[in-house]
Ligand binder design. Structure first.
Ligand code: CAA
Length: 267
């Protein structure tokens, strides 16, 4: 059964849509139900984009509450997954991320707090990342005996060098938005209280442009990465599925749930 109201969609002026992931008690972690709803709404909005009357000219994605954009994949749900459900989950997540990347209008991740793991991967699937100064970013997967699994190892490379990406992915630490901005991981930094205002101002500027030109230039720009991405993504999925059932990954997830440091044996 679906939890009610996992996503909130608002139609703002000038054909700007705002999509909010609404699980604040879990810091908006992405579970299967949220991913299903995201897949459905993105497909619906994409179809509606064929008509100028129902078109979304800019899509803003954010998380509910003041504390978190998205704190990653739902680690607690991982505990229930067998090999087949893990594969289905990865395919679903890949579909959502590519629906965002290929959305036929500019997309903006409006980062209002923790942007970690799968949450950072979702933000990286957007065209632009706006963040409030106190937001933090990171790939904590190594602390869980995992790796990024929603395309993050591939998409992060369009924003930073491979050596900076290694520091972030191997380190598993969090960085604050100003540092993320210096590294090129995000596009725009705002004062905490101005996040929505500044994001909306930029979205309105984009909404004034010819929508078909934006769509066409986005398609052309995306093509540039396609060869590497198509080679890299299946490799990330294979590696994710390989580490997922190791003793270290089981230990990492158990340690998170028990709120303690993990002890990794390398097995
Ligand atoms: N999955 C499931 N539940 C999560 C969660 C997640 N990713 N992140 C936070 N929560 C839950 C917490 O368990 C807690 O629930 P309870 O109230 O029931 O205990 C609630 O959200 C609030 O979180 P905290 O009490 O931990 O809040 P905090 O302020 O002390 O810490 C935090 C915040 C540093 C973000 C911490 O919650 C945290 O480290 N979360 C996990 C982040 C993470 O490791 N993300 C990567 C997930 S793996 C992934 O994304 C892989 C992939 O690519 C597919």
């Amino acid at each position: 059964m679906k939890e009610p109201g996992l996503l909130v969609i608002e139609n703002l002026d000038n054909h700007i849509s705002k999509l909010t992931i609404n699980r604040p008690s879990s810091l908006n972690a992405l579970n299967t139900a949220v991913l299903h709803e995201l897949a459905e709404i993105l497909s619906h909005l994409t179809i509606k984009n064929e008509s100028p009357k129902t078109r979304t000219k800019v899509l803003i994605i954010t998380g509910a509450g003041e504390k978190s954009f998205i704190a990653g994949a739902d680690i607690k749900e991982f505990e229930t997954m067998k090999e087949s459900s893990l594969q289905e989950y990865l395919v679903l997540a890949a579909r959502v991320m590519s629906s965002i990347s290929n959305f036929p209008a500019p997309t903006i991740a409006m980062v209002n707090g923790y942007c970690l793991g799968g949450g950072l991967e979702l933000a990286l699937s957007c065209d632009f990342i706006f963040a409030k100064e106190s937001a933090s970013f990171g790939f904590p997967e190594v602390e869980l005996g995992l790796i990024p699994g929603f395309g993050g190892t591939q998409r992060v490379l369009s924003r930073m060098s491979i050596s900076e990406a290694k520091k972030l992915i191997f380190g598993g630490h969090k960085i604050k938005a100003p540092e993320a901005s210096e590294l090129g991981l995000i596009d725009f930094l705002t004062k905490d209280e101005l996040l929505f205002e500044e994001t909306l101002k930029y979205a309105n500027k984009l909404a004034e442009k010819a929508p078909l030109s934006l769509q066409a230039s986005k398609r052309a720009l995306q093509e540039h990465h396609i060869t590497n991405f198509e080679r890299g993504l299946p490799s990330e999925h294979r590696e994710f599925a390989k580490v997922f059932f190791t003793d270290d990954s089981i230990e990492g997830r158990k340690a998170f749930i028990e709120n303690r440091k993990p002890f990794f044996k390398g097995e």
